[in-house]
Design a protein around this ligand. Structure first.
Ligand code: ZN
Length: 443
């Protein structure tokens, strides 16, 4: 049987349910939340839990507002059971995706649906004080709007999820030596937001939140093993294995941008090494090589762009390639092959069912994606590519925002955490919830 632990923190008494009790509670909620079961008898059938246990867990979840009764459900003879519904509007999640040059913030319900969102240009290099102050301002504005729209001014923030454009130590929610984020190294992002909103906060690398967004609400729904590759200014990857995000022991799994792909040593990467993938195939590399092509007279299209705007961007190179500019076609094809070569190694090593290509550079045209595809299929073993799909991101630039919300939701509804807060009615007011250790991976 399950045990009950009672602890006293501050002025509130917390009753924590552990063991089987926590598991059955999370199971019942998960079945209704995912739409797998709609009535108590269906929950019983899917979970193998006895009728009394199902009734008790449903009552607990109803008492804290997570479940509600709806219409009469399907009857298998006799009295029709009441349908149960997950109350997605019991609380809200604040989600943010901070990129190198933009911030996206949103408020979602507990099903991960975006209720309000806003995106604007921003410079991550301005440092955490400036950037996070703006994020908090936007959170407050959106929250006011959602509260006004739902006529519920007490609608509580149940959690916060943040994606950052650099390595993050997931256990502490602090950036770890991020190359493009001066001033952010070791900054307590989680603690700051947890204090302000008095709620649990999770922080991760944006590539991981993008992979999670695709897994829960995008192209990768229903898949267990996927590789998400972001090709923007830099290049990074998020790995999902068996339906779980694989962060690695230090949280930097998937940092493929600095894998060595070339022996040439004239190009120095922003990490200080030479030969890195992103120094040859990332957005900044395309812009650099496009500028050289314009200056050296190898690209009339880019020379016109340079004359008109004073610079050349990766997006210009993509547009030039689409119009048939030879130098730009060569640049994108070369970048696609370099990325494809590395992906072929990863595909053979790890055998995903789906590779999703996202990020600013990937959206600019089919040429890069075609070169990536062609190289992966040519260089991988036939068995690894027989069922493999390589596709563009469905959520595009929203993947990170949606994924940040799902990160917080997955963590909140993990058995051990759910069991700790369900007695209090909501996780709001318990920032220390992030520290509850999980026995098994979140899924
Ligand atoms: Zn590098």
């Amino acid at each position: 049987m399950g045990q009950v632990q009672v602890s006293r923190t501050g002025s509130t008494t917390t009753t924590t349910l552990v063991g089987e009790h926590a598991d059955s509670l999370a199971t019942v909620l998960g079945l209704v939340r995912s739409g797998t079961a709609r009535t108590r008898p269906e929950i019983g059938r899917h979970s193998g839990l006895g009728r009394t246990v199902v009734t008790q867990r449903v009552n607990q979840l109803t008492a804290c507002g997570l479940l509600e009764e709806g219409a009469l459900g399907p009857s298998s003879g006799g009295r029709a059971p009441r349908e149960l519904r997950f109350r997605a509007r019991a609380g809200v999640i604040l989600a943010a995706e901070l990129g190198a040059t933009s911030i996206g913030v949103g408020v979602t319900d507990l099903a991960g649906s975006v209720l309000a969102e806003h995106t604007e240009p921003a410079d991550i290099a301005k440092g955490p004080e400036s950037v996070l102050s703006r994020v908090e301002e936007l959170f407050d504005e959106l929250l006011d709007r959602v509260r006004a729209g739902t006529a519920d001014e007490n609608l509580a923030v149940w959690g916060v999820g943040i994606g950052l454009p650099g390595p993050v130590e997931f256990a502490t929610g602090r950036p770890s030596a991020p190359p493009i984020m001066p001033g952010w190294d070791g900054y307590p992002v989680r603690d700051r937001l947890a204090r302000r909103y008095d709620t649990p906060v999770w922080v991760d690398n944006e590539v991981n939140t993008m992979a999670l967004g695709e897994l829960r609400a995008g192209t990768a729904r229903g898949h267990g093993d996927i590789l998400y590759v972001k090709i923007g200014t830099g290049i990074g990857a998020g790995l999902v294995s068996g339906g779980t995000l694989h962060r690695g022991s230090q949280g930097c799994a998937g940092d493929i941008g600095h894998a060595a792909v070339s022996d040439e040593d004239e190009v120095v990467c922003r990490c200080g090494n030479t030969g890195c993938l992103e120094a040859h195939a990332g957005g900044a590399a395309l812009a650099r090589d496009g500028l050289a092509a314009a200056e050296e007279g190898r690209s009339p299209f880019l020379a016109d762009v340079l004359a008109a705007t004073g610079t050349v961007t990766a997006a210009d190179v993509s547009r030039a390639a689409q119009s048939g500019d030879r130098a730009s076609v060569e640049l994108l094809t070369r970048a696609g092959r370099l990325i494809g070569n590395l992906l072929a190694t990863l595909v053979s090593f790890y055998n995903p069912a789906l590779v999703i290509i996202g990020g600013g550079v990937s959206g600019a045209g089919d040429l890069l994606l075609a070169a990536v595809r062609e190289t992966v299929y040519r260089r991988s073993l036939p068995l690894a590519t027989r069922e493999l799909r390589i596709t563009r991101s469905e959520l595009s630039d929203r993947a990170g925002l949606v994924g940040a919300a799902f990160m917080a939701l997955d963590e909140l509804f993990a058995a051990e955490r759910l069991a700790r807060w369900v007695g209090n009615g909501s996780p709001a007011g318990d920032p220390a919830l992030v520290e509850v250790p999980l026995r098994s991976p979140v899924f």
